[in-house]
Ligand binder design. Structure first.
Ligand SMILES: Nc1ncnc2c1ncn2[C@@H]1O[C@H](COP(=O)(O)OP(=O)(O)OP(=O)(O)O)[C@@H](O)[C@H]1O
Length: 363
């Protein structure tokens, strides 16, 4: 397994053309499970292909455990890959398919037997080990592909490019869980590309959020939820995403349409030094209703949706749309709700970037 270092890495497909990947500097730890998350065209596949060696970066280096592998082939980098569509040998049995990467490297047969059975067990393929792959469902074939990517212990990393696209929706959840278990048991460095936040958040220890060729934040699912480093991360992660409202500063308060909202003093001080166009950000889950006698901001209610254990209120402050997620037991006054913005969850963004500790955290 390897620690992967991206050293001043950038990529343009055409000399002098647009950057498909903006210059970046990152370290991905040995044994970590990473997800690359972002909308279509943000550069996820380009970055994955640069790590695997399918694309040569136009600038910078890729290091595996400190060794420069930028100009080495995929084969020389010792990478396992799982693609969107299953890559299996139809005429071989499931066992032979899983054994292929090991037999190819002349591993001893008793080791091959043990390892194939271990991986088959993890992916619930034990019952079909003797069946020919040709007759299996698309789901089973993709499980074989996953197994082939995971079967070698000597790879530097295993890269997955949207591997669950062809999987039946009810099986996706189960397979994601399986992949997590496999990661815990095999301790492989995994990089998983997806545009689906649920997939990224349930699979990865650390999620790398990308937009327009840039890595905006590398963080745990909790960090991305609690302290999005960029407004896009706040908006992209969460359902619905974070609320943002343009504001001005007045001492330790943000002014939104003339209303005053308390801000942590250190954040307010940093924001007044930073300058830039300011927005206040808060998660729909982290706003609360004012208690009796407590003052709060009046939200005009437009719509209430029943989400089972929660209810989602869509309303507005002045001209700004705002979402609040409340427990199903809360009584909603359809005229309006008095809301409290807890200081610890009320964040400020200057020119789209989080102000204060953790604002420019990349890692
Ligand atoms: N072979 C190529 N030649 C020229 N430009 C390319 C090539 N491959 C990708 N691009 C461009 O690079 C940018 C990043 O594309 P990339 O495929 O890496 O994004 P992505 O996030 O993986 O998107 P998707 O989820 O749609 O696969 C896009 O603007 C794309 O048009």
């Amino acid at each position: 397994m390897a620690r992967i270092e991206l050293n001043n890495l950038a990529h343009r497909y055409a000399p002098g053309g647009e950057y498909a990947l903006q210059p970046m500097q990152h370290v991905w730890e040995d044994g970590g499970a990473y997800a690359l998350l972002g909308p279509s065209g943000c550069g996820k596949t380009t970055l994955l292909n640069i790590i695997s060696g399918l694309v040569q970066p136009s600038e910078g280096q890729v290091l595996f455990d400190g060794v420069d592998v930028t100009h080495r082939s995929t084969e020389e980098r010792n990478i396992g890959q799982v693609f969107q569509f299953p890559v299996v040998y139809d005429t071989m049995t499931v066992f032979q398919n899983l054994a292929f990467p090991l037999r190819n490297r002349k591993m001893a047969e008793d080791y091959v037997n043990r390892r194939v059975r271990q991986v088959a067990e993890m992916l619930s393929l034990t019952d079909v080990l003797d069946r020919r792959a040709r007759n299996l469902t698309a789901d089973a074939k993709q499980k074989i592909s996953l197994g082939r990517g995971l079967v070698r212990e000597d790879v530097s990393a295993v890269l997955f490019d949207e591997p669950l696209t062809v999987i039946d929706p009810h099986l996706k959840w189960q397979l994601r869980r399986k992949l997590r278990e496999v990661h815990e048991q095999l301790n492989l460095t995994l990089v998983y590309v997806t545009h689906d936040q649920t997939e990224a958040l349930t699979f990865a220890d650390k999620v790398v959020v990308m937009l327009a060729g840039q890595v905006l934040q590398v963080g745990t699912p909790q960090e991305l939820f609690e302290r999005p480093a960029h407004t896009f991360v706040g908006y992209f992660i969460g359902s619905p995403g974070m609320n943002f409202m343009p504001c001005e500063l007045s001492g330790n308060e943000a002014l939104v349409d003339g209303e005053r909202i308390a801000i942590d003093p250190a954040t307010a001080a940093a924001a007044s030094q930073n300058g830039g166009s300011l927005q206040l950000g808060i998660r729909p889950e982290l706003v609360r209703l004012a208690t009796e006698g407590e003052s709060g901001l009046l939200l005009k209610v437009d719509q209430v949706e029943d989400l089972g254990e929660h209810q989602l209120v869509t309303g507005h402050f002045g001209s700004h749309q705002f979402h609040v997620r409340l427990d199903e037991s809360e009584k909603i006054n359809s005229d309006g709700l008095r809301l409290v913005f807890p200081v610890e969850h009320t964040l400020l963004y200057a020119d789209e970037h989080l102000v204060g500790a953790g604002g420019a955290k990349h890692g």
